[in-house]
Write a protein that binds this ligand. Structure first.
Ligand SMILES: [Zn+2]
Length: 509
């Protein structure tokens, strides 16, 4: 996850643990959860999620410890390859076929690992891909109470960089794949685990590289990405499970004003700083158009039922056709609502001038945009040019790797489809078996993850970690990152059962 929490909205509006707005379950999903027995007569089967054995837990803990203690930051000390190779060894030692454990990538220190459990017999459906990034954000020993690259268990928590983002899920999925293999599991379709580089930053994003250069290795019916979504705890009580079903597109733009400059004792009518700040002030008061998609509409429909008073009235008014602009404006005062309603662009950095007594020759700002699905970065670049309305300015695109280009990508994140039952039905059922009674809901993430590369390639991606965290204990990217020990075990049990549900059982001939 590249971007962290939205501030809590307070009141009865729940904000999910990672980024997303949370809502109560879709009625249709609740129904889906109760009709899971194919051909069966029991409308509400009792689902058993059997806790992993002592030995399976010990292995999963050992993998987690090993991954935390391998520095995978994008720094001279870090190596994703070291982490990938350690996992490669585990799979090969466990008897996975060489051709099903592939170490590959465009950079020696950024090797990805792609592991496959093959369907027993001819696959009857496209594979399922579990996508897990292996890199972590830098952590300084001096900022922490423990060594961030030492796996420490104390007070019911595992401490270490990556315990929340996302070596917890990396380890749980590695352990799950090893266990499935050990047990001789025979799925009806391939299960793929991709452990990837440079999600948090860096020039060699493994998810994008795999999709673009080795689509055959990661092609899937859908992706499960545990880098977002999860179970929100309120003083230990599970409240809601969020599943990221779509996300906004991240884009940076470099806005530049230039000027011949000169001596500051002789100001001239044109001035780079004033031109830039005038443009930014126009952006400050500009609002991108209000939009809804399948996911956010569902969210707000559900929220309307929970809310009361003016907020509930306003939500109903934005769901009407046409939406009520006054209601949208009132709700948009809350930043998390606003981000769910539209593309947002905001100036995040500023630099100008070269001396106190000289007219600036260059004034430059970074404008960071979070683009609503369905629009391309180039479309937004053109909109920014229109908002600024000053052809003396240049508006260039800044890629994730820091490259500057005159135009931005035309590719847009697809507007999300309705959540697919094949994923949400078992996900809901298993989640509710572990955390009884909690609603499960699809959400639109305002931040960004590697899911976007698969969404852009036409492969739907769902973000769900099955990690339960206190609302106020999101420490991803922060100091003293930690995970409740119990949350790790529950996610382990979830992914084992979920992988088997998604993989199905091969028909025996
Ligand atoms: Zn992450």
């Amino acid at each position: 996850m590249r971007v962290n929490s939205v501030p809590g909205a307070g009141g009865s509006i729940s904000i999910a643990l990672i980024l997303c707005l949370s809502v109560f379950a879709l009625a249709s999903m609740a129904q889906a959860a109760s009709v899971s027995h194919p051909g069966g007569t029991d409308p509400s089967p009792e689902i058993q999620v059997v806790p992993a054995s002592h030995a399976d837990r010990a292995e999963a803990r050992d993998i987690f410890k090993q991954l935390i203690e391998i520095n995978t930051t994008d720094t001279p000390q870090g190596s994703v390859t070291a982490g990938s190779e350690a996992m490669e060894k585990r799979f090969l030692d466990a008897g996975f076929a060489r051709e099903d454990v592939l170490l590959l990538g465009p950079d020696a220190r950024k090797q990805n690992l792609v592991v496959r459990i093959r369907a027993a017999g001819p696959a009857t459906e496209k594979p399922v891909l579990f996508l897990c990034h292996m890199d972590v954000v830098e952590a300084l020993r001096s900022d922490w109470h423990t060594d961030p690259f030492e796996f420490v268990e104390k007070g019911g928590y595992f401490y270490g960089r990556g315990t929340q983002d996302m070596k917890d899920s990396d380890a749980a999925l590695v352990a799950t794949f090893l266990r499935l293999h050990r047990e001789g599991y025979k799925p009806k379709r391939d299960l793929i685990l991709a452990l990837t580089a440079d999600e948090e930053g860096g020039k060699f994003n493994g998810a994008a590289w795999l999709v673009q250069h080795h689509r055959d290795l990661v092609d899937a019916a859908f992706v499960i990405n545990p880098d977002s979504g999860g179970v929100e705890l309120d003083h230990g009580r599970a409240v809601v499970a969020d599943v990221e079903a779509t996300e906004k597109v991240y884009a940076d733009y470099q806005v530049t004003a230039t000027n011949p400059g000169g001596h500051s004792s002789r100001p001239r009518p044109d001035n780079a700083i004033y031109e830039l700040t005038t443009a930014l002030n126009k952006l400050a008061v500009y609002t991108f158009p209000f939009e809804l998609n399948e996911i956010t509409r569902t969210y707000f429909q559900s929220l309307a039922a929970q809310e009361t008073g003016q907020t509930a009235d306003d939500i109903r008014a934005i769901l009407a056709t046409p939406p009520d602009p006054a209601a949208a404006a009132r709700l948009s005062v809350e930043p998390s609502f606003n981000s769910n309603f539209r593309t947002t662009c905001v100036a995040t950095r500023l630099s100008a001038g070269h001396a106190n007594n000289a007219l600036a020759q260059t004034a430059q700002a970074n404008v960071n945009c979070r683009i609503f699905p369905g629009h391309s970065p180039e479309e937004i670049r053109q909109q920014l040019i229109g908002v600024f309305g000053d052809n003396r300015l240049t508006v260039k695109y800044v890629s994730d790797a820091g490259g500057i280009s005159d135009t931005a990508p035309e590719r847009k994140a697809m507007a999300p489809p309705a959540p697919i039952k094949e994923v949400f039905e078992p996900l809901t059922r298993l989640t509710q078996a572990i955390w009884p009674g909690i609603p499960v809901t699809p959400v639109m993430e305002n931040g960004a993850s590697d899911s976007i590369y698969f969404a852009q390639a036409g492969i739907p991606s769902y973000g769900y970690s099955a990690i339960a965290l206190e609302r106020d204990d999101d420490r991803a990217h922060g100091q003293d990152e930690r995970l409740p020990v119990d949350s790790y075990w529950k996610s382990l049990d979830f992914f084992y059962a979920f992988a088997k549900e998604l993989g199905g059982t091969a028909v025996q001939h």
